[in-house]
Design a protein around this ligand. Sequence first.
Ligand code: GLN
Length: 381
Amino acid sequence: MNFQSKLPDVSTTIFTVMSALAARHGAINLSQGYPNFEVDQHLKDLVNKYVQQGQNQYAPMTGVPVLRQAISRKKKLLYHVSVDPDDEITITNGATEAIYSAISAFISPGDEVIIFEPAYDSYIPSILVNGGRPISIRLKSPEFKINWNEVKDKITSRTKMIMINTPHNPTGSVLSDEDLLSLEKIVEDSDILILSDEVYQHLIYDGLEHQSILLYPELFRRSMVIMSFGKTFHATGWRIGYVVAPRSITSEIRKVHQYNTFSINRPLQHALAEYLEKPAHYLDLPKFYQQKRDLFSDAISSSKFELIPSLGTYFILAYYRKISDLSDQEFARWMTIEKGVAVIPISSFYSDDTDEHIIRFCFAKTDELLAEAAELINQVE
Ligand code: GLN
């Protein structure tokens, strides 16, 4: 068959590649981001309860009302905002579908979307497949801060959207109040939309507070805020996320969502709605993960890797320049096959050949597994 690929430069996502390599070689998998510990038994019991209760047919296209209401209450508690559960919240098949549906709803051929690199690997393909043009801005290591003057310079009459991500995957950097105010100033007289990927909203450390777009009414009116239960409740395999956006934006996103996935797993939505009633189920997360970040960082502090401080997410970056001259892709393979620890090469988050000899570790693992991994990492020279 003769056809032209719409995404000729896209290959299988690095997370799938590295997890498969880790499995094939029996390596400890600190590559793809997911916890190796269990979902709370209470949450599992709730799933069973709703399956037994007969919540097994299609959920409403927008998500089950009790879950949207629980999310709305949570936004009130955390960010002191009123979000309409009927018209401003849509449950999606994980954040990846939310990102795709949001981009697809608004990006037409020739539209420019400003993104920051390193960027999560689904962003660019989602823009390209809809005919959009990703406009990349580099975040410089090791701080990966946004230079807002550069953003201002990149805006043209074709700029349709700016995508931000805080806490940031893969760098672990977070946006401050100042950052959000700069963004607000830059877009104030424009029709530029903001897509804010906040899936790691609860994974933020050292007493920092998550700066959600929801805290900034002037930004929220032009935004879609994407969040996820996978990271929050250790259930990445459930694939349940959601988009919070003003009514007019939500209704456009739903036009795509309804023909993309139609609706999302019903019993799981009911279980999450009930589980959300106890805020401790998510408020304890910063402490829980900060302890893991510190345990892992301390355990490998005498290794030849140079760690870059992580303020959020369950990832931490490290330079390996004292160990090897290999490209980061080769180095990640070597670590997995020869050293028994799978990691993610950061060049996979760049659209060009940027390679700063940095790899990403995921520390969402039991303390025992982190200690075991650290022992192997400390032997790498
Ligand atoms: N978000 C996860 C990560 O960064 C991976 C998700 C996926 O595999 N699609 O590792």
